[in-house]
Design a binder for this molecule. Structure first.
Ligand SMILES: Cc1cc2nc3c(=O)[nH]c(=O)nc-3n(C[C@H](O)[C@H](O)[C@H](O)COP(=O)(O)OP(=O)(O)OC[C@H]3O[C@@H](n4cnc5c(N)ncnc54)[C@H](O)[C@@H]3O)c2cc1C
Length: 438
């Protein structure tokens, strides 16, 4: 086997940056050798988690596990290796009239990463997490053995791996159920909300919609706290489409994607620029309510249009903080969180609010619980740890939890769902950090 290769690695938030052994292999035997001859191994997909979840002493990159195994067009089931990106799956399935039941806000994540974080989309209240549609997967365990896991076979390992953050082994491939669609279009309604009361009411009123998400201006205070825009949507049926969109309704629309060419200097993103961005975003929609058709890339993946957008935060990087607060205390908890952020002056360029439905108790490592979830981006600076610790305390007070796949600096007590995953073979820097903090 070739020697391990030490290299600089970081994930989407560019924080932390580490120099670690990094290996990518495609043959089963070489992966086995890597697992058997190293301790503290962790799988890395496409590094779209923000922090240190897929960083470790010995990182196994699944970038070469990138092949499709089969596509059952009749029953809508796809089988592929774990390093295949959701974007690659969509390219294959959309023209055939299929879509993923659950997709996160970027399509540049791998199947292995989607299972290990048990990702959710804008439809958790209606369709649950990614795992609901995983039929089975193959995983390499600590001994280098390959096991097939499903609800019936090796069910203990199946459920520990769902949301298990890579701590149970290396997922090698998976079979996933798909949903039927008639077009690439989403019937969308965008509705402005002036404050938290309005946006919470809108979420309640929109529960019958499959997809709901709100952008929220987290720098507003007082009576405007919670100023936001709710986007709700449904896959458009062919018969619903206006005449001009009816031709080739399953043809994927290609759009030009600019690239951020370099890291922005640290001063570019500050409370003032975030405030200006938020004002422009809220006011770009003049009417209270807009109804239109947008293609699925615009609806599900607006951030993917700009390649390397993470560079706008500068070289020091950024974190994403995502938490969920149980529904009955959701409004009160969110108000406190938004007040704390507004008072800290640490504006979040991007803040996204969603309503989760009931969780699947079998998927005990999964992040979602019934309630409101807010995801916020913060540039790394000296004041940030204090803010994160304040936010952690509020989440704890309201019985919520944080999303490990976004985390890079939170408290251990908020991550109590990392159960049955303590395997000294598979260890991430995040896991070590959390255990050491305990
Ligand atoms: C712009 C953006 C929007 C996002 N929106 C959402 C969202 O709406 N909902 C949501 O849930 N998430 C969201 N995410 C987070 C993202 O979906 C998850 O972090 C996802 O797990 C990243 O997958 P990845 O392939 O990049 O894996 P990585 O980031 O490399 O790894 C993530 C975790 O998966 C484990 N892992 C990866 N591959 C394997 C494997 N083969 N076997 C075992 N473990 C593995 C890693 O060890 C790590 O713990 C978003 C991220 C970005 C950048």
């Amino acid at each position: 086997m070739k020697p391990n290769f030490v290299q600089k690695v970081t994930n989407w938030g560019n924080f932390p940056v580490v120099e670690k052994n990094f290996k990518s292999e495609e043959s089963l035997q070489n992966i086995q050798n890597f697992v058997r001859s190293n301790n503290e191994v962790i799988a890395r997909g496409n590094g779209r988690c923000y922090g240190d979840a897929s960083l470790g002493e010995n990182i196994f990159s699944t970038s070469r596990l990138n092949k499709f195994v089969s596509f059952d067009r009749l029953n809508g089931i796809i089988e592929c290796e774990a390093g295949v990106l959701l974007s690659e799956i969509l390219e294959v399935i959309v023209p055939q009239g299929y879509f993923l039941h659950v997709t996160p806000g970027t399509k540049f994540v791998t199947v292995g990463g989607a299972i290990a974080s048990d990702v959710h989309g804008k439809n958790h209240h209606a369709e649950g997490c990614f795992s609901e549609y995983v039929i089975d997967f193959k995983i390499m365990d600590r001994k280098g053995e390959v096991l097939t896991c499903s609800r019936e076979e090796n069910a203990g390992l199946f459920w520990a791996t769902i949301g298990g953050m890579g701590l149970t082994g290396i997922i090698l491939s998976a079979r996933i159920k798909l949903k039927n669609i008639e077009s690439v279009w989403i019937r969308q309604e965008s509705i402005k909300a002036e404050n938290l009361d309005e946006i919470f009411q809108l979420f309640e009123d929109s529960e019958s919609w499959t997809y709901n998400v709100a952008w929220i201006d987290c720098l507003q205070k007082g009576k405007n706290i919670g100023r936001s825009i709710l986007m709700r949507g449904e896959h458009a049926l062919k018969a619903e489409l206006p005449e001009k969109l009816r031709k080739n309704p399953l043809k994927i629309r290609k759009q030009f994607s600019p690239t951020v060419p370099f890291y922005f200097p640290g001063f570019v993103l500050n409370a003032l620029t975030v405030r200006i961005f938020n004002w422009l975003y809220f006011n770009k929609q003049r009417k209270k309510e807009i109804h239109n058709f947008v293609d699925y890339n615009t609806f599900f993946y607006p951030l993917d249009f700009v390649n390397d957008w993470n560079k706008i935060y500068g070289k020091q990087g950024f974190i994403q903080y995502q938490m969920v607060i149980p529904k009955e205390k959701g409004k009160e908890g969110m108000k406190k969180i938004l007040e704390t952020i507004a008072n800290s002056g640490n504006g979040s360029f991007l803040a996204v609010l969603k309503l989760f439905g009931k969780n699947n108790p079998e998927a005990y490592n999964s992040f979602p619980m019934e309630g409101y979830t807010l995801a916020l981006d913060f540039k790394v600076n000296k004041k940030l740890r204090k803010l994160v610790s304040q936010l952690d305390s509020i989440v704890e007070e309201y019985g919520g939890r944080i999303y490990l796949t976004k985390d890079s600096m939170s408290k251990s007590s908020l991550t109590n769902y990392l159960k049955n995953t303590d395997d000294s073979k598979f260890v991430s820097l995040q896991h070590k950090r959390i255990l050491n903090n305990a």
